[in-house]
Design a protein around this ligand. Structure first.
Ligand SMILES: Nc1ncnc2c1ncn2[C@@H]1O[C@H](COP(=O)(O)OP(=O)(O)OP(=O)(O)O)[C@@H](O)[C@H]1O
Ligand SMILES: [Mg+2]
Length: 230
């Protein structure tokens, strides 16, 4: 198909069902969404409404039961597994609620992990150092994750998500486990850095305070996305 927003994100009639012994569990029924490159969106919704399920599909980490996802004009699910992994690594940055940093690696090494499998150029390390400086951790380059605070770990995960200059940055409750002040600082980093990189940004959050900082907000209700005013 010809995508109307070839450098953004297009989701059409997306459904995700989980098989059970009885009727399938219909978590996402009919999700539709169009974002241009650089748009920023907050997604809200009660626990269990399918926010993580949706984000994993948009990040090409899980496949939909039905429907279409077009990222920068390409359908990632039409790719074979190696091409899909390369596409994901190049185009998508993912910040999980749990940071999933490698415990034995330093801050610098963790940020560089996504560059290992790409045809990394010599500038990777310089870029990693710049990103680490921008997240305020230049003094923590050699720390292991266990030697960082929760907010610092989350900032490292953000830098790691940005190292390959993704066009789509997906964050699943990036501030969910943090105190209010740290949550604000981490949200600042996500929003500022996505804007600086012209990445399309989607943040899943339970926080009205964080959602209020986005021009566009949607709520996942009965397996569908609805526009929300605060
Ligand atoms: N692998 C799976 N197999 C079966 N059911 C699943 C699976 N993953 C999630 N579910 C179910 O799908 C529903 C949506 O889960 P999901 O994790 O997407 O919710 P969520 O909106 O992210 O919730 P929270 O705010 O608590 O993180 C839940 O009811 C969950 O039990
Ligand atoms: Mg979730």
């Amino acid at each position: 198909m010809s995508a109307p927003n070839p450098t953004g994100l297009l989701v059409r009639n997306l459904a995700r069902e989980y098989p059970t012994r009885g009727e399938p569990l219909r978590v996402l029924r009919d999700v539709n969404l169009a974002l241009a490159r650089g748009d920023a969106l907050a997604i809200m919704g009660p626990s269990g409404s399918g926010k993580s399920t949706l984000l994993h599909i948009l990040g090409a980490l899980d496949r939909p039961t039905r429907g279409e996802v077009i990222i920068n004009g390409r359908n990632p699910f039409a790719l074979d597994e190696p091409a899909l992994a390369a596409f994901r690594n190049r185009e998508i940055g993912f910040v999980f609620q749990e940071h999933y940093l490698l415990p034995q690696c330093s801050v610098l090494e963790n940020v560089l992990v996504p560059t290992i499998v790409t045809a990394a150029d010599d500038n990777c390390e310089a870029r990693a150092r710049r990103l680490i400086e921008r997240i305020g951790l230049a003094g923590r380059l050699d720390h292991r994750p266990a030697e960082l605070s929760g907010g610092e770990r989350q900032r490292v995960a953000i830098a790691r998500a940005l190292i390959n200059r993704p066009t789509l940055l997906l964050c699943d409750e990036p501030t969910g486990n943090l105190d209010r002040k740290t949550a604000q600082a981490v949200a600042d980093v996500v929003i500022e850095m996505a804007a600086a990189e012209s990445a399309t940004l989607i943040v899943v959050t339970h926080s009205l305070e964080l959602a209020a900082r986005f021009a566009r907000r949607m709520e996942l209700v009965d397996g569908q996305l609805e526009e929300r005013d605060l």
